[in-house]
Design a protein around this ligand. Structure first.
Ligand code: PSU
Ligand code: MN
Length: 306
């Protein structure tokens, strides 16, 4: 029996899978509580978990409930997280407060990575990463997701970075931090709703087994930190940059006018883009998360075989 970290609560199926060295995929919860509206968020979370199970891996949605970091949620816990008022967005800096005060918290990419790693999970699926915000060179609004990627040994499968961020500077910071950025089957780094971003993929791999091999190589060499696996949205589901770009510009301009900054800005922009697109962005968001789940499950299986 593995000794798990005493401050974590693992669900039985996640515990058993980790004990037996089977494939486990971590999932974040900010996307559920602050990234999509209820009840679509909870429904999507369940469907994403099922995709991972169907692909032969065990999903581990991570969140903090009553101050306890949970690795693997049941249906009731997922519903609570997706519908309760006052669930905080918890990045790394918020973890001590939310745990100490016994609060509910939805974990961002950064804090999900850290809790996943504490539980021994090496593959994590999300929608989009945080990064350098537009104007970040003066506001210094750079997501803790990037710092965490430099510290914590987890491969993060995403559809890239939304163009509400400064994609070029985000890629520069990832390079500085020594984080491998691998696009799956594409020469371009994807921009969430769109397969293209105008930025070349720093690295490209087409075979999931090769990505698992890169994980082994990185950590085998003692290179601490994560890997960004950038998985473009399927062609049938993409919203071209020419279409979504103007809506993103409008949402960014409104946030600026309203003086929204800090941790509130990403949830504001995500919600506003759903409204402005009449739900099209939400459909794309759901499709890309499901695609990421399938790729993440395959990657977890490939990595577990080593
Ligand atoms: N980008 C998205 N969708 C998201 C997020 C980012 O396209 O849901 C969420 C993730 O949880 C990410 C967090 O970790 O926002 C980043 O917030 P911040 O920029 O405040 O670090
Ligand atoms: Mn920020």
């Amino acid at each position: 029996m593995t000794d798990f970290h005493p401050m974590l609560a693992l669900s039985d199926d996640v515990r058993a899978a980790l004990d037996e060295g089977r494939a486990v995929v971590a999932l974040e919860s900010t996307i559920i509580s602050h990234g999509m509206p209820y009840p679509k968020n909870v429904q999507t979370a369940r469907e994403v978990e099922q995709i991972i199970r169907d692909a032969g891996a065990v999903p581990a949605t991570i969140a903090i409930l009553d101050g306890v970091p949970r690795i693997g949620l049941n249906d009731e816990q997922l519903d609570l997280l997706g519908s309760a008022e006052g669930v905080r967005k918890v990045s790394i800096r918020d973890l001590p407060y939310v745990v100490a005060r016994g609060l509910h918290g939805a974990t961002t990419v950064a804090s999900t990575m850290r809790l996943a790693a504490l539980a021994g999970i090496r593959v994590f699926v999300t929608g989009g990463l945080g990064g350098v915000h537009r104007g970040g060179e003066s506001s210094l609004d750079v997501s803790a997701d990037l710092t965490e990627l430099s510290l914590t040994d987890v491969a993060v499968v995403s559809a890239g970075v939304k163009s509400l961020l400064d994609i070029g500077r985000t890629l520069e910071v990832l390079e500085t931090l020594g984080v491998p950025v691998i696009s799956v089957g594409s020469d371009e780094f994807p921009s969430f709703y769109s397969r293209s971003s105008g930025f070349a993929a720093p690295l490209r791999l087409d075979d999931i087994n090769d990505i698992a091999e890169a994980m082994r190589a990185k950590w085998g060499l003692g290179l601490a930190g994560g890997i960004v696996v950038a998985n473009p949205i399927p062609e049938a589901d993409e919203i071209p940059q020419t279409q979504i770009g103007a809506l993103i510009e409008q949402a960014v301009a409104e946030a600026e006018r309203l003086g929204i900054t800090g941790a509130a800005i990403t949830p504001y922009l995500l919600g506003r883009i759903v409204e402005l697109s009449g739900g099209d962005s939400l459909r794309a968001n759901i499709a890309l998360v499901k695609h990421n789940a399938a790729v993440g499950a395959a990657l977890a299986r490939a990595y577990a075989r080593s």
